[in-house]
Structures are given as structure tokens and as C-alpha cells.
Design a protein around this ligand. Sequence first.
Ligand SMILES: Cc1ncc(COP(=O)(O)O)c(C=O)c1O
Length: 378
Amino acid sequence: ITLATGAPLDASKLKITRNPNPSKPRPNEELVFGQTFTDHMLTIPWSAKEGWGTPHIKPYGNLSLDPSACVFHYAFELFEGLKAYRTPQNTITMFRPDKNMARMNKSAARICLPTFESEELIKLTGKLIEQDKHLVPQGNGYSLYIRPTMIGTSKGLGVGTPSEALLYVITSPVGPYYKTGFKAVRLEATDYATRAWPGGVGDKKLGANYAPCILPQLQAAKRGYQQNLWLFGPEKNITEVGTMNVFFVFLNKVTGKKELVTAPLDGTILEGVTRDSVLTLARDKLDPQEWDINERYYTITEVATRAKQGELLEAFGSGTAAVVSPIKEIGWNNEDIHVPLLPGEQCGALTKQVAQWIADIQYGRVNYGNWSKTVELP
Ligand SMILES: Cc1ncc(COP(=O)(O)O)c(C=O)c1O
């Protein structure tokens, strides 16, 4: 990634305008994902002439844009999603923000929006969290969802490189995805719509990737399935599920070894931070005598066949919102492929283990790598 020309993004230029009406934290049980926001937002303007302007933390509120702004017409928009957690020591940490910033820069570069200094945006996001620290919820499963966004704001209907942009960050206190423990989902293996394709932008977090995926989800829902399992190509490769990466666990009955599989990063798969965390932890912690961990192509036919042979052990989606989302059934070819769950539970053994490993790191109960970035609080 080459950084945008002009002034670099500089956190030391930050200006803060306090919200005169600070809100009270809502009770945990009232937190609904992405519905309420904190008192402040961060905005940073950019122009081709000047580069990055003054970062400003100010009261959360509407944006004012020209109706011809390129974001409204040609989808110059990208975003990120990450979370901050309150630890038992009452510190606040962000989970692997460097990964999100790197991905955000890749998304920006792909649609000719300006790149930025990742470390500076991490610092500024920390300052934003500091302003609203009283709204970061406490408790297992509770966190502050952080939504960095970048839009092209140039006026005019000519299709071209935006000469003006706005980077902004909003945050939302959120509760656990599964309020009463895991709930395994039913998926429809979808080959009548395609989420991403070779040479496309499926590996970038562009808003334009998301709107076209709602109609297929409604179609699947009509048939009783919560999410689409996105297939690709004549081989019907398994790629992702809904807006998550997806993992399958197979048993090789000949060798007795288990295999954790997910699709390779070939440009059609979003480079999920949770996906990377699952792979890293699995490679680190699972016994290589018992486990193979593979990023490889695999098809719905392989899943269907191996399920019939008793070689399908479990399956789960991975993403920031839910961390892991267990799968219990997959509709394909007018049949349901059954995915085993632990007796009396809503997930498989590895799914449960992975959820625990990641939660322990996110909530600061376990130190791992440099994955937790502490927010400096005065
Ligand atoms: C299409 C898609 N795949 C996968 C993911 C999971 O990525 P992450 O683990 O970084 O949240 C997301 C979003 O979060 C996504 O939108």
C-alpha cells in the first residue's frame, strides 16, 4: 500500500469538542447490536490538495453532504468492524486493531480513496473511546463495537478518482450475539447468486459487496434457512457464510486424524481477523498428531459425501460480531445435510473451544501475542 500524498494523518492535531449532554449507560439487557451509539464521533477530512486534515472528536450527529457526492452514486464507501472490551482490571482493550487498519487501507486503495497511517487512526480511535469510556459495557459478551468508515465526498457526477473524502468512526455498545448461549443455525447452500468472484472485490470491505447479498438471504429465509452458504463456480466451492468466514471439521476415517478446513485467501474471501485468529490458535494449540489445519478449496459435494460417511464432525462461521456461529444443517439439492452437535448442546467441541480461547484473550484473562491493544486512559 502506498500512502496517499499530501499531509499524513496526524493524531497529534486532534481537536476535541465535548458533547454537552453526556448520556447514561443503558442497562446491559437493552443493548441491541448497532442500534445505539455513543456520545461522540471522530471525523477526519481529506482532500487531494491538502491531504489529511484536522481530526475532530465531536458530538455524534448527522453529516451534511452535497447530493451529488460520489458516495451516493458510485459507491465510494468502505468500512471496518472491530471491538473494544472492558477487562477484569477495568482497562479497555481493542482486539487486533492493526489487522483492521491494514484491511481498511487495502479497501481504500482498491477504490481510489486515500490511504492513511494505521497507527495514527488506532491512536485517534483510542481517544474517541476515552471520551465515551463510561459507555463501554462490562461483562462477558459485552463490548464496544467500533465502525470506522470512509466515503468519497467529491461533488459532481463524473465517474473518477474522488478528490475529497471523509474518514469517520462511530461506536456502539453491544451485547452478546447469543444472549442465552449458542444457537446453531441452518444454512442454504446458495449457487443461484454469487457473493464474490475472481478479479472482483470480495476480499475488500466495500459497502458495495453487502447490498446485493440481502435479497438471496431473504430468499433463503423464505425456505427456512437463516443464512446463505455462498458457493462459487462449477465445482461449487464453499467460500463464506452470510457475512462470516466459514470452517468445517472433517474426520479422516483411514488415518483417524481430524482436519480443520477453510477456504484459501484467493481474492474472493474476506480476510477475516477472526478467521486469522482461529487458524493461528488452532495451529498453536491443537496437537499436530491429531489435527491437520488446512486452507484449501473444498466443495459442497465433499461436505455432503463426507456427512453421509460420518466424516463431517462440525462447522462454524467466524466473524467479529458473533466470534463463532455454529452450524447445524445445510440445505442442498433438496436435502438437509446434518452437522453433528455435542449432545444436548448447540455447538461442536472445537467450536466451543475456539470461542473460549478467543474470549479469554479479548477480555484480557489471557495474554496472547500482541493481540490486545490497551486504550490509554488518563
Ligand atoms: C463478508 C465477510 N466475511 C467475513 C467477515 C469476518 O471478518 P472479521 O473476522 O474480521 O470480522 C466479515 C465481517 O466482519 C464479512 O463482512
